[in-house]
Ligand binder design. Structure first.
Ligand code: PMV
Length: 376
C-alpha cells in the first residue's frame, strides 16, 4: 500500500473527531479501518451494500442547501429489504465518470448528483481519477421508498473506500449526508438519529451533523409493513418539495418545533420498549409533515386515494386492538409500524383492503458495509 493511495483527510466533512461512533454492525472489521478497506484504496475499487431507512421522526427541510444541514433532528429505522449494491472503480485513463443505474447509463439529474458526489470525494482525497459507478437497486427508484438513502449510503462507502479515504462510521455518515440527507442514517443498522446541530452553522455544523445509533429496549419487536400503492417516480422530488415547503408553508415552523418534542418523546418510548407510544409519535409526526406540504403554495400533495384507504385500514386495525401505526414519506406509499409477531395480521388486512398494492414485511436491517466482491 502506498501512502497516497490511502489518504487520511483532515477535512470537516469527514474528520471523525473525538468519540467517533462504533463501526456499524456487520462491517468487515471496523468500517473505514479494516484490511478490506485498505485493500480497496490500494486497488482503487470497492463494492458496498446499504439498506434504506424509514424515518419515524422525519427530516423535512434544510437550513443549508450546500452542506445538506437539516432544520431539525430526525430518527429512523434501517430496514432489511430493498438493498442497494454499488461498485466504484477508478478509471484513470477515462475521459470522465461513467454512472450505471441497474445496468443502464443513469439519466440526468441522477448522473449529475453522483458526479458531484464523486467530485466531493476527490476533493477530500486529492485523487483526481474519474470512476465507473455501477449501482443496483432492489427498490423502485424515486417512489418515496428511500432509494436515495440506500443509494448514497452505498455510494459513500464504496467511493470512500475506492478513493482511499480514511475515516470512521461517523465521517462516512457525514459524507453520505452530502449526497442525500436521509442517507446519513443508513450507515447504521436498526434505529439511528441524525443530529441537525441546529445551534451551529457552516463548518462547525458540518462537523456536528451526522447520524448515530439510538439505544432501544431489547424487548422491542417491530416490523414495518410496506404498502406500495404506486411504484412509479414521484411528481415532485423531495428536494424541490422541501424547498417549497420551507419557503412558503405557514405550518412549517410549528411542525419543526413540535418535531423536537416528538423526538425527545420517541427516544424515551424506544428506550422503554413502548410500541404504542413509538407508533403514535411516528404517525403524528408524519401526518404533520404532510400537513406542512399541503399548506405550501402551491400545495405539494403526495397522498393518493389508495394512501387514504391504507390509512383507514390502520385506524380499523387499532380499533380492533392491533397496535398498527402509519408513516408516509415523499410519495403515496404507506408504511405500517407494528409488532413483529403481528405483521402477518397487518399484511393480510392491507392486502384485502388495498387491492392492487404490493405489500411486503420489512424488519430492522443492518448498516452499510463493504461487500464481498469488488467487481474488479
Ligand atoms: O434524503 P432525501 O432528500 O431523500 O429526503 C427524505 C425525506 C423523507 O424521506 C420524506 C423523510 C426522511 O426523514 O427520510
Amino acid at each position: 500500500m502506498t501512502a497516497d493511495h490511502h489518504t487520511t483527510v483532515d477535512h470537516p466533512a469527514v474528520t471523525a473527531g473525538p468519540g467517533t461512533a462504533a463501526a456499524p454492525a456487520g462491517a468487515e472489521g471496523e468500517l473505514g479501518q479494516g484490511r478490506a478497506w485498505a485493500q480497496a484504496g490500494r486497488l482503487g475499487r470497492a463494492a458496498a451494500v446499504a439498506h434504506p431507512n424509514i424515518a419515524l421522526i422525519k427530516y423535512w427541510g434544510k437550513r443549508d442547501e450546500d452542506l445538506v444541514l437539516p432544520a431539525a433532528d430526525s430518527l429512523s429505522l434501517t430496514l432489511d429489504v430493498f438493498a442497494t449494491t454499488t461498485r466504484v472503480r477508478l478509471a484513470p485513463g477515462a475521459a470522465g465518470d461513467r454512472v450505471l443505474l441497474n445496468g443502464a447509463p443513469a439519466a440526468e439529474p441522477a448522473r449529475a448528483r453522483v458526479v458531484a458526489f464523486l467530485d466531493l470525494v476527490r476533493s477530500l482525497t486529492g485523487r483526481q481519477a474519474p470512476a465507473v459507478v455501477d449501482s443496483r437497486n432492489t427498490v423502485p427508484t424515486g417512489a418515496g421508498l428511500a432509494s436515495s438513502a440506500s443509494g448514497f449510503a452505498a455510494l459513500a462507502v464504496a467511493a470512500a473506500a475506492a478513493y482511499g479515504l480514511s475515516t470512521g462510521a461517523r465521517g462516512l455518515s457525514r459524507l453520505a449526508r452530502r449526497g442525500s440527507g436521509s442517507a446519513c442514517r443508513s450507515l447504521f443498522g436498526g434505529f439511528a438519529q441524525w443530529h441537525a446541530a441546529a445551534h451551529t452553522s457552516g463548518a462547525a455544523a458540518d462537523l456536528a451533523s451526522y447520524a448515530e445509533p439510538v439505544p432501544v429496549a431489547a424487548a422491542l419487536d417491530v416490523a414495518l409493513v410496506i404498502v406500495v400503492v404506486d411504484a412509479g417516480p414521484k411528481a415532485v422530488s423531495s428536494r424541490a418539495a422541501m424547498r417549497r415547503t420551507v419557503a412558503t408553508s405557514p405550518l412549517y415552523r410549528p411542525w419543526v418545533d413540535s418535531s423536537g418534542q416528538d423526538l425527545r418523546q420517541m427516544r424515551a418510548a424506544l428506550a422503554g420498549g413502548d410500541l404504542a407510544a413509538v407508533g403514535e409519535i411516528a404517525e403524528r409526526n408524519a401526518l404533520g409533515m404532510h400537513a406542512t406540504m399541503l399548506a405550501a403554495r402551491p400545495a405539494v400533495r403526495y397522498l393518493a386515494p389508495a394512501s387514504l384507504t391504507a390509512l383507514d385500514v390502520v385506524l380499523r386495525l387499532r380499533r380492533d386492538g392491533v397496535a398498527a401505526y402509519a408513516t408516509m414519506d415523499a410519495g403515496p406509499n404507506v408504511k405500517v409500524l407494528c409488532a413483529g409477531h403481528q405483521a402477518h395480521l397487518v399484511e393480510a388486512a392491507v392486502r384485502q383492503a388495498v387491492p392492487g398494492a404490493s405489500v411486503l414485511v420489512a424488519r430492522p436491517g443492518p448498516g452499510a458495509r463493504l461487500a464481498r466482491g469488488d467487481g474488479g
